[in-house]
Design a binder for this molecule. Sequence first.
Ligand code: ASP
Length: 330
Amino acid sequence: MPNKKLLLLSTGGTIASVVSDTGLVPGESGEQLLHMLGDLPYNITVKDIMELDSSNIQPEEWKIIAEEIYHNRNEFDGIVVSHGTDTMAYTASMLTFMLQNINLPVVLTGSQVPMNVILSDAPDNMRIAFAGAANCDPGIYIAFDRKIMRGCRSVKVRTTAFNAFESVNVPPVAEVTSDGFSIKNNRLPNPGKCQLNTKIDTHVSLVKLFPGFDPELLRAMAKHGCHGIVIEAYGLGGMTSIRRNLVAVVGELIRKGIPVIASSQCLYERSDLTKYEVGRLALLEGAISARDMTSESAITKLMWGLGQGMDVSTITDFFNTDVAGEVTLN
Ligand code: ASP
C-alpha cells in the first residue's frame, strides 16, 4: 500500500520555538520540525502558514487555518496542524464549527518543550498526530501525550507537565499503549458534505462567576456591544439570586436579545439547571445550559451561532443540538 499523503500546516507555538533575548519565540519552520523528527512512513507536504505564539492566535488566524484545511481537504489523506498549546483547545473547537462534516482527520498538536531541545515531548506528540492523521476517522482532534482527543472536548489543564491536555467528559478517541495504537469511539453520526463557514461574531464574553460578582458588569457588557455571554456558573449551573441578583440581569439581557449560556466552573460532568432553585430561576429567565461542553466549545459555538445571525431562540435550539460531538444530549 502506498504511503498516506499527509499535510503539515505549521503555525508556531512552543514546539517551533527558539530562545531569543526576549524569551521563547516561534522560529523553526515546518520543514525544520520534520527534519528533527526523522523518517516517518508517510508522504508529507509542509506549509508554514504563520509563526505565532498561540496567545496571538485570534479569530483572524482561525479563519486562515480553516481555509487552508478546507482548500487542501481533497488533496491529502489527513492534516496535522502544529500549534501553540495555550489556545489550541479554542482553535480546535472553532475549527469543529467552521468545518462541519470535515471529510478527513485533522489533528492539532504542540508541545511543552521546543522540538530542538533534547528530551522534548514534541517528537512523540508529532508522531502520534501523524498516526492520527493517517488512521483516524474524519474529524478535528488534538494529539498530546500519547492520546488523541476530540478537539471540541479537549482542555489544557496543566501549564508545564507533559500530560497537559485532557479529554473532558468523553474518553480519548485513540491511545498509544504497550499494545500499540488503539482507536476507539471515533466516527461521528451523519456525515454530510463538508462546509467551510467562517462567519463568526466576536462580540461575546466568557465570565467566571465568584461570590460578590456585580451583575452591573453584565449590563455594562451589553451596553458596550456584547451580543452573547457564557457564564461559568457554580456547580450544576447555579447563579446568585439575592442582593446581587445576577439571575434578574440575565433575564433582562435575554429579553433584549442577548443569549446567555450557563456552563459550569467544574471541569468535569455537566451543568443541569433543573435541580436547584438557583438554577431553575435562571432557566425561567431563559438561560441556556451548556450541559457538559467545555467552556472553549461553548464560547466558540456561541460565536459561530451568532455569526450565522441566530437569535436567542435559534441559539437555544443550536445549543440543544450536537453538531460534531461537542455535547452529550441525554
Ligand atoms: N505560549 C506557547 C503557545 O501557546 C505555549 C505552548 O505552545 O506550549 O504558543
